[in-house]
Design a protein around this ligand. Structure first.
Ligand code: FA5
Length: 342
């Protein structure tokens, strides 16, 4: 055979070997078939490799180069096809495995019951909503307080008799009786006055602590919500109006509020705030009054320029009244039969 006819025959053989290999690759069904085929195509006696060893039979250097290039191109396209196919099959296998192993969680979501917030948390959130609606902002302070913020800055110097009304839990930290668990949310008033600029319209909910023996209306750990308004020209009428608006919004139109003269060192004049239930009984919910000038001074506010009112309500007692709970202790026994009612 002349070199020319050998070249023609080889060219046809290369095309045939390449096409056969590409058809075999396309027909593979899984990764292990691709692996086996790769090994077959790389064998010494595979059609393309046999043709490579036939190159030696060509005498012309040019023919050798042309055929060599043709064989290389064919090998490259076969290798590329092997890679593409294995990537394709790999992603198909992953999708199939994901579909096979996917867990159907829908049955659990329909069967499982979700819990809900505690009755006292619900009351706190409702109080916040009502006051935000009246234009107030929310502030928070620490539960561990210093004597200064809990008493001194609130016009209760060391020897003040009113201190004994707050059965205080002190911490063994620093000087004796200098660090304590706050007995009310009023210290947050001072912190707000020190950091905000008037006009101030703030509420401050939080947990407070007293050495009180638990009974139907008392807990040693309970919750209060403090209110503070500081602006120019604030009078007792603003305080009374705010408390009445709040009572109706929180408890409903059938409830009314009253203010009784009282005493707190940090307000002057001071009052006790009661609400009247549908059965006619009056319940004490908190204290309030016009912020004492000494307290304004502790907060860095000029009493000649600004005046204000403050109040502090017991949230647990509010939740108790709103839901007609007999005994405040029931709210903390963690009895699901009780909690599920709200
Ligand atoms: C105070 O704590 C004042 N800081 C309130 C105040 C703020 C007055 C701003 C003026 C200006 P009192 O000790 O009365 O006041 O507590 C307020 C309310 O907290 C009570 O009316 C009651 O609703 C609630 N409370 C008091 N002690 C307990 C307790 N042991 N368990 C549950 N609620 C309580």
């Amino acid at each position: 055979m002349s070199d020319q006819s050998v070249v023609t025959a080889m060219t046809q053989a290369v095309e045939l070997a390449q096409n056969n290999a590409l058809a075999a690759i396309a027909a593979t069904k899984d990764l292990s078939a691709v692996k086996t085929l790769t090994a077959d195509l790389n064998k010494k006696d595979s059609p393309l490799n046999t043709l490579k060893s036939d190159l030696g039979k060509l005498t012309s250097v040019d023919d050798k180069r042309t055929m060599g290039q043709l064989l290389n191109t064919a090998s490259q396209s076969v290798n590329a096809a092997l890679l593409t196919r294995s990537t394709e099959l790999e992603s198909l296998e992953i999708s199939a495995r994901v579909a096979r192993e996917a867990m159907d969680l829908s049955e659990f979501t329909t069967r499982r019951k979700r819990g809900h917030t505690h009755i006292v948390t619900q009351a706190t959130q409702r109080l916040e909503d009502v006051f935000i609606g009246l234009g107030f902002q929310i502030a928070e302070g620490p539960e561990v307080e210093t004597d200064f913020y809990n008493f001194e800055a609130l016009n209760m110097p060391k020897s003040h008799p009113a201190r004994s009304e707050f059965d205080t839990m002190f911490l063994e930290y620093g000087d004796p009786n200098s660090v304590l668990l706050r007995t009310h949310t009023s210290p947050v008033q001072i912190r707000v006055m020190q950091t905000w600029q008037p006009p101030i319209y703030a509420i401050m909910p939080g947990r407070v602590f007293r050495r009180d023996t638990p009974d139907a209306t008392h807990m040693p750990v309970f919750h209060q919500i403090e209110g503070l308004v500081i602006d120019r020209g604030i009078t007792f009428a603003h305080l009374a109006g705010t408390i009445e608006a709040f009572t109706k919004a929180f408890f409903g139109n059938e409830f009314t509020s009253r203010l009784r003269p009282s005493f707190f060192p940090f307000t002057e004049p001071s009052a006790e705030f009661d609400i009247r239930r549908a059965d006619g009984e009056w319940i004490e919910l908190g204290g309030c009054g016009m912020v004492h000038p000494n307290v304004l001074i502790s907060g860095g506010i000029d009493p000649e320029e600004f005046s204000g009112f403050a109040f502090g309500f017991g949230i647990d007692r509010m939740a108790k009244e709103r839901h007609n709970v007999e005994d405040i202790r029931e709210m903390y026994t963690n009895d699901l039969r009780f909690l599920r009612q709200f």
